[in-house]
Design a protein around this ligand. Sequence first.
Ligand code: DAH
Length: 338
Amino acid sequence: MQDLVKITEDVLARVKACESLDALNDVRVEYLGKKGIITLVMKEMKDLSPEERPAFGQKVNEVRAKAEEAIEEAKNRMQAAARALKLEAETIDVTLPAKKMEAGHPHPCQLALDEVERIFVGMGYEVVEGPEVEYQEYNFTKLNIPEGHPARDVQDTFYITDDILLRSQTSPVQARVMEQGKLPIRMIAPGRVFRSDAIDATHSPSFNQIEGLVVDKHITMTDLKGTLTQFAKELFGEDTKTRFRPHHFPFTEPSAEVDVSCFKCGGKGCRFCKGEGWIEILGCGMVHPNVLEMCGIDPEKYTGFAFGVGLERIAILKYEIDDMRLLYENDLRFLSQF
Ligand code: DAH
């Protein structure tokens, strides 16, 4: 009986001292397990006389019950504390400002292209694409640039084989579309072109052009001038004037370069237009009969006009960027301004 008092005190003290569920379980095993202290005491009952047994049995049961109760209580207390800690750690403060989403936005060249496409699609043009790796036949021959022509200058072009090159202009798309034989044609063809140029403020070995082509019956220079004048007004503002200067391109005849009146100074001359009052924006002309013929179109029945615009040049002018390299460097301090 003396032992039982001691055991009770011990087990309660041990339970109280426990700081984890593991430690608590160890105490439970030590006292109540198969070979636990209390279990063994129970087994000692058989050594007692029948008279002593009931009183002893009752005592042991009391000790056992007290130990179980204390362990159960400690377990509940520890589990509740752990739950509380976990809840606290997982608390979400819904009043905190949300993490900012870094949403991307279009590159200035993309913005310029979207604008150009919007204008021409509005006039009923289709947007088409051609390959960046092209046969010399499309890049040159079918555009009235025969072998030996100075416009083929090898120094300007990246050749892959004698016959295949990185296109130096988007004009080969003209030939590809004409060859499909669907008439009339009203298309623009934006895309990347390549030239063996060193990088500086106005040059890059890879840049973008937008080709334009219209082929139909009775297309004249008036249509060309009217279309490009309207294009310039929509792109740079209603007050924009255009000037067509005679030029030479092998695939058009006659050919012209188009200037727009400086939209900064209105034509008076300023730093932006280098005092000229005019800014060059594109090349154009009436499709050369040789080109029509080589692409399977009868030049006696059909005529057409074509133009080629540098996309970076449009972006630079429209957004007043003073160095083309900024468009390629992917510097967010620059790009996020658009
Ligand atoms: N392909 C010419 C170039 O890269 C630009 C050009 C000029 C395209 C006149 C045309 C055109 O379609 O008619 O310099």
